[in-house]
Design a protein around this ligand. Structure first.
Ligand code: DAH
Length: 353
């Protein structure tokens, strides 16, 4: 085949691949393969020296004509392709202004806050006031003024986070200088007795902290609602009647309560209160571990010692106190199987309440 024929075959092949190209990347690859430094047509230009003299003029003319043809075909194709690319990028970026807007994700009140409010409403209806004690507390309010002096065995029931433990400091007055995260809301009882006029009818909801590893039935931080009544002539009957009423308000009128003797350092006598199981109504099931009852709170008559330590005369006044775990009550009420679900922040779970 003569050089001129070779060139016209190259021209034909190149023009057809240019017309078949549909992206600027493809087009650039064709340009480089033909007109680039080591492109096929450039190769012919470079080797003009070896072409016999008599053919040189014609071959030269053909090479040039081929180059002009290829260049103008590239030019045209570039215009065609970039217009198409622009059009498709405009399409891709198009905004449909008729679409509805995206709704803002609004949070919900947490089940536990809702439960605290619900409990508070019941007590507000009975004429109680709602108070709040500090979460960072001293050993005195958390333990000592509640009849649990240092070394009292009841302290080991509640593993404590100490903020400041100066028990090794000889100049510190032991017991008074220890700062801790409260393990129970019961310290609010002491604040109420110190700060408020008698008679006292208060509840104190809030967070408490214990050195526990989170598992289905324990959290290192949870909520309690404490209650305290101090008045003249308060009896265990008042305690039972009040808590039975509150349980029926919270769980439903068909639920029964039972009081089981227990020990707490700051009440005497003390009891734990169970509510009848709402699933089996007392028959015994998995929820109540076959007993028919669910434990929901601790309570008792305020120990005379506790009254005197806060400057109240136990010969004139008596009272009762109670403390309930809010997470526990919420989980029993709404059948939540694992306390940790309350901390996960999963909106699909939290929105249900
Ligand atoms: N503070 C107790 C606890 O965390 C609960 C409690 C029991 C509170 C008896 C009381 C009470 O006020 O009288 O385990």
């Amino acid at each position: 085949m003569s050089l001129v024929d070779e060139l016209s075959a190259l021209a034909e092949e190149t023009l057809s691949s240019i017309s078949g190209a549909s992206t600027s990347v493809e087009l650039e690859a064709i340009r480089v393969a033909v007109l680039g430094k080591s492109g096929s047509l450039t190769g012919y230009l470079r080797s003009m020296g070896q072409v016999p003299k008599e053919e040189r003029a014609e071959v030269g003319k053909t090479v040039n004509a081929t180059r002009v043809k290829v260049e103008s075909a590239l030019e045209e194709a570039k215009a065609r392709i970039s217009a198409a690319e622009l059009a498709s990028s405009i399409d891709a970026a198009a905004v449909d202004v008729t679409l509805p807007g995206r709704a803002q994700q609004i949070g919900t009140r947490h089940l536990i806050n809702g439960m605290v409010d619900e409990i508070a409403q019941v007590f507000l209806g009975l004429g109680y006031s709602v108070i709040e004690g500090p979460e960072v507390e001293t050993d005195y309010y958390n333990f000592e003024a509640l009849n649990a002096p240092p070394d009292h065995p009841s302290r080991s029931m509640q593993d404590t986070f100490y903020v400041l433990d100066r028990s090794g400091d000889a100049s510190a007055v032991k017991g008074e200088s220890d700062v801790l995260l409260r393990t129970q809301t019961s310290g609010a009882q002491v604040h109420a007795m110190e700060d408020r006029e008698l008679p006292i009818y208060v509840i104190a909801p809030g967070k408490v902290y214990r050195r526990d590893v989170a598992d289905p039935s324990h959290l290192p931080q949870f909520h309690q609602v404490e209650g305290l009544v101090v008045d003249k002539g308060i009896t265990f009957g008042d305690l039972k009647g009040t808590l039975d009423f509150v349980c029926k308000q919270l769980f439903g009128p068909d639920r029964r309560t039972r009081f089981r003797a227990h020990y707490f350092p700051f009440t005497e006598p003390s009891a734990e209160v169970d509510v009848s199981c709402g699933i089996c109504h007392g028959e015994g099931c998995r929820m109540c571990k076959g007993t028919g009852w669910l434990e929901i709170l601790g309570c008792g008559m305020v120990d005379p010692n506790v009254l005197s330590m806060s400057g109240i005369d136990p010969e004139v006044y008596s009272g009762f106190a109670f403390g309930m775990g809010v997470e526990r009550i919420a989980c029993l009420k709404y059948d939540v199987p694992d306390l940790r679900m309350l901390l996960e922040g999963d909106m699909r779970f939290l929105r249900q309440f």
